[in-house]
Ligand binder design. Sequence first.
Ligand code: ADP
Ligand code: MG
Length: 701
Amino acid sequence: MVQTNLLQTPIDYLKGVGPNRADLLRQELGIHTYQDLLNLFPNRYLDRTRYYKINELQRNNAEVQVIGRVVHLKTVEHKGKKRLVATLRDETGEMELVWFRAHKWIRESLKINQPYVIFGKTNWFNGFSMAHPDMELLEDHKRSLQSGMQPVYPSTEKLANKGITNRVINKLLQQLFRETRGRFYETLPSDLLAELKLMPKSEAMINIHFPRNGELLARAQYRLKFEELFYIQLQLIARNLSNKKKIKGLPFEEVGEHFKNFYNDHLPFELTNAQKRVIREIRNDLGSHAQMNRLLQGDVGSGKTIVALMSMLLAVDNNYQACLVAPTEILAQQHYNGLSALLEGLHIGIRLLTGSTSRADRKEIHDGLKSGSLHILVGTHAVLEDKVKFKNLGLAIIDEQHRFGVAQRSKLWHKNHTPPHILVMTATPIPRTLAMSLYGDLDISVIDELPPGRKPIKTVHRYDANRLKVFAFIRDEIKKGRQIYVVYPLIEESEKLDYKDLMDGYASIEREFPRPDYQISVVHGRMKAEDKDYEMDRFLRGETQIMIATTVIEVGVNVPNASVMIIESAERFGLSQLHQLRGRVGRGAEQSFCILMTGHKLSNDSKTRLETMCATNDGFEIAEVDLRLRGPGDLMGTQQSGVLNLKVADIVKDNEILKAARYYAIRTLKDDPGLKQEKNRPVAYTYQQMAKHKNIWTYIS
Ligand code: ADP
Ligand code: MG
């Protein structure tokens, strides 16, 4: 068994690594110890298990391995450039090998009429050729310990220039396995290995670096991916469990007057089953003496606001205050308006706090919060500021999580001596797999049902050239009494251009829809807050039929009579943004439409996005596509890298392994919460090591 100690040996001590190489390995690949080298996993593998005959080659530019003899060598000059061309022959045919550099060296070292194993990418042009092939004499090839699947390690230009090639890394790893005898500490319990038929650690390490064939490689990869995801999940779940035990929550034992009163007499509609279920889940948390940390996912329009309100009423009924934090001023304002209307006649103090709240109002709010006369505070990031102090904050709700970092969440924690309960609401559906990895420390509730009577939005893609038809359609809809959104992209770097697009669009719509028959609102980021509000309000009251806007209307805005969403330059929006925008319509009983306008030139990704939008209204499905197109890091828009910095597993592709890893992590902790059982010794040990350090991969080998 290799001691962790031995693996902590500085890389300088490995035979074949001098001071220069050690420096390079440290700088370029972050390899400081034996262990770091061991955990340098290949990016990919070259399949050298198969030898092709020349007449078996396909015109597909594949990497292949061929055995043959060089029968002829010549220098060819073309447009002043020389290349060296060799003819390689086997019993089935001939092909060419080509070098554009290093002619002299090749000429001197190449052995004519001797069997070689060559490897490289084929090209076809009046016959097959291969540029700069890997070559090895057949007899050397037979003698070397080369594995069938040849690993290709991550590298950098500097490493390559300094001669630390893939082959050198490979040699160093061979040396490392020799010195450590290739026997490594097993990190998974034996019953789990047996149950899942996982490859033992030492075997997996050998096979990830020196796989003999594709099957062994696949098993090694599976085992290491499982291990990686298992420990990430174990960490998240253990943290969640221990939070529940350690962090005492404020017990909201009462379901009191306000909640009951609201439920019986003020609820404007029947709750959907999904809403009822989620409220029950939240009520259980709040009454449990443990701090709630819950993520509430629900597609746009699924009715999260009412859930938030009823949760806040539970807080108020138990003599605690609550706050609701939204990412933008417009949204905060809308929440405030909506909630105030719902709370009418209930004698609950509610105020709005944003960056533009006047000093006098601010003072009143601060006083009200301190005395406890103010029960619910709605606002923007302004709520998080240190000078905003509550008498006893019991519940903090964050709307639209993806714009909030973990740091901001933790600010809320410190607003009370005992941390308040936290409910995070997001309308950007996060694929469940990703949610599990990112928010494994949160419990998850999902509203997976829209309020009744909604007609699915019809979405179409139209080219700019068909604009007149689109205008005619708008005219018809307005005649029926509907309202229309026209949205332009706003991307900060080219704000000026975007602004011009918007203004040009405005001018052309004004020409088509002249006053006084038509009234148009415009809202964009360069306007003062009051002016924005004024225009929004006109649209909301139905005084204007068309709202031309940048993406400021993206989230939350609610105008049920608006039934058409036109998105200009739709190819410039990401999927989740398109979905959010589309969610602004379809809120009333009428059939709604979303028209995606684009030019003719579209990238493949843009096409996929547009097709996805036209094909489905399901936010989760859209999120899955988005995740595939963009990768997880981007999707979140923040550096959640800590969790997503996976070495072997891929959160998108290894979905199934992630599910299994999560299942077994939960089972392990349920059976043996303290990891005290004999069989879980390796888990306890690895877990302890992980807790001491940040990087799991420093410890799981
Ligand atoms: P979101 O989840 O996007 O925040 P909202 O809470 O804004 O959704 O709700 C969207 C619209 O649906 C609002 O107009 C709201 O009043 C309405 N709504 C919510 N729940 C129901 C329900 N159970 N029945 C009917 N309408 C509902
Ligand atoms: Mg909302």
